[in-house]
Design a protein around this ligand. Structure first.
Ligand code: NAG
Ligand code: NAG
Ligand code: NAG
Ligand code: NAG
Ligand code: NAG
Ligand code: NAG
Ligand code: NAG
Ligand code: NAG
Ligand code: NAG
Ligand code: NAG
Ligand code: NAG
Length: 394
């Protein structure tokens, strides 16, 4: 190999920084790999190149002698006292791409966790791009991913509905267990953005199919169907969520607080009627199902012209409260998937939102302008029974 380890370390750092920068600020155009002014291109179209580099880099890493790695300077800057000591209630382990601690992949750390542990297992994940598909099985509750920041630590894969037997299995990360927690880490799906009208390009970054999951300071990056908020009660705080079509979907009961929702849908020229995306597609099936998405003190921006929600199932329930919206929101706001029978069953509400996109004058008739009493159940963690579980993890 003609590349020295030092050079590889530098390349790695540049890759992380550039992907993170492009992902984190899709509306800005700076990119190491492109000067394309379309933010979609500056991030996603470059991914094949970036991923080739990552593949090559990881291949090279695996060829290195672990004993040599341990001694070498690459681990010299590794933080001391990581992983933190275990306690009566907490087990810890550590993942580092360069082999400076227990595991080099996130999945290996999960595989080492015992079934049905009642202790919490904190998996400390060092900065870097973990290019792997990760599954947490139903039998492993109480796992925490602790990253080093959502712009520096990411789990990345690129399955699509076509490549994985359907959208539901395309997630880069799939969580089937209860009581999962993630802090300061990103989940990304970097499959190419499907063209208009294309089928099979849905690409989930994470599927959350366990109950009582919480995310603090996390990033979710993809295009169509980014965040599969599948089922259970979930909490998202200070998160960054990016996508284009139905980018938060599922039939969970979830509270999103202080989150940034960024649309990657194609820009639409003024005067054009086109609508090319939706923030949510909530799948409540019946009036007896206590599920729904509530967004509080959040913001919606980015590109395109999008709906706040589409009624994926007839009793879809979504509330936006105290949330700022730019003019990318289509004036009618919501969509019933061309099934007017749904209009009387849908529960869509808006409460004290701000910004050009929050003007409700031209909204569809079935959306409700909630008053204080109607909004109250959606505004805090009581919506997800937080008193029963959230205090243990926050
Ligand atoms: C991780 O490494 C630490 C320090 O070497 C060790 O004490 C611990 O047992 C390891 N944990 C696992 C799960 O391998
Ligand atoms: C954990 O549970 C799974 C599914 O029940 C089982 O296949 C696996 O063998 C169990 N692992 C251990 C270490 O007991
Ligand atoms: C994912 O990326 C790999 C490596 O670049 C590529 O071979 C594969 O076709 C991609 N999969 C999809 C579904 O795009
Ligand atoms: C571990 O998971 C079980 C089952 O999901 C849950 O009842 C328990 O409260 C969790 N324990 C901790 C420490 O989070
Ligand atoms: C997460 O990152 C933020 C910002 O970098 C930092 O202030 C915070 O302490 C981190 N929290 C955890 C739990 O890692
Ligand atoms: C998915 O597969 C179908 C059928 O083979 C094909 O028509 C479609 O173009 C594929 N979509 C993508 C995004 O590759
Ligand atoms: C609302 O969100 C902003 C930014 O995300 C945060 O700084 C602020 O503290 C939040 N306000 C409340 C009342 O939580
Ligand atoms: C929402 O707006 C109403 C009317 O302007 C106001 O009375 C109420 O205090 C606001 N609620 C919150 C939580 O800001
Ligand atoms: C809201 O939209 C209506 C219809 O387009 C417009 O007449 C009105 O001025 C807007 N209100 C505000 C506060 O911008
Ligand atoms: C809020 O709206 C509900 C339903 O329309 C109504 O019954 C209630 O009186 C209203 N409450 C307030 C405080 O306006
Ligand atoms: C949430 O709001 C409800 C209704 O206003 C209130 O009864 C409850 O005490 C609040 N819960 C928390 C955890 O703040």
């Amino acid at each position: 190999m003609i590349f020295t380890r030092k050079l590889l370390t530098i390349i790695s750092a540049i890759l992380v920084a550039s992907i993170a920068a492009n992902l984190a600020t899709p509306k800005y155009t700076s990119s190491l790999f492109s000067s394309d002014p379309n933010p979609r291109n500056s991030f996603l179209l470059e991914f094949p190149i970036v991923m080739d580099l990552i593949h090559w880099f990881r291949l090279y890493q695996h060829q290195r002698d672990p004993a040599e790695v341990q001694k070498s300077s690459i681990c010299d800057y590794f933080p001391p006292n990581i992983p933190p000591p275990e306690t009566d209630t907490i087990t810890t382990s550590c993942v580092d791409l360069n082999g400076c601690c227990n595991f080099t992949t996130v999945q290996a750390a999960i595989d080492a966790v015992g079934n049905s542990s009642q202790k919490r297992t904190i998996i400390w994940i060092n900065s870097g791009i973990y290019y792997e598909k990760v599954v947490i099985p139903r039998t492993k509750p109480n796992i925490t991913f602790q990253g080093q920041g959502y712009v520096s630590t990411a789990i990345v894969w690129n399955d699509t509905a076509n490549s994985s037997h359907g959208t539901f299995y395309s997630g880069s990360v799939q969580v089937f267990s209860n009581n999962f927690v993630a802090r300061n880490i990103s989940f990304m799906n970097v499959a190419p953005i499907p063209g208009p009208g294309a089928n099979g390009g849905q690409a989930v970054a994470i599927r959350i199919a366990g109950d009582q999951a919480a995310f603090f300071g996390c990033g979710f990056f993809g295009a169509q169907d980014t965040l599969h908020d599948d089922r259970g009660r979930h909490y998202f705080k200070d998160c960054y969520i990016q996508g284009s079509i139905d980018f938060i979907f599922g039939h969970a009961r979830s509270l999103y607080e202080n989150c940034q929702l960024i649309s990657m849908a194609n820009p639409v020229a003024p005067g054009q009627k086109l609508i090319n995306g939706a923030v949510t597609a909530h799948g409540r099936l019946s009036k007896d199902e206590n599920t729904g998405f509530s967004f509080v003190n959040s913001s919606i921006g980015g590109t395109g012209r999008i709906w706040l929600g589409r009624a994926w199932r007839p009793f879809s329930r979504v509330v936006f409260a105290l949330t700022s919206m730019t003019d990318i929101i289509a004036p009618e706001g919501w969509n019933d998937l061309n099934d007017p029978e749904r209009d009387s069953n849908i529960f869509y509400g808006e409460y004290n939102c701000t910004g050009a996109g929050s003007n409700m004058t031209l909204r569809v008739p079935y959306v409700q302008r909630l008053n204080d009493t109607q909004a109250a159940p959606f505004l805090n963690t009581s919506f997800i029974d937080g008193d029963q579980w959230l205090l243990q993890v926050s």
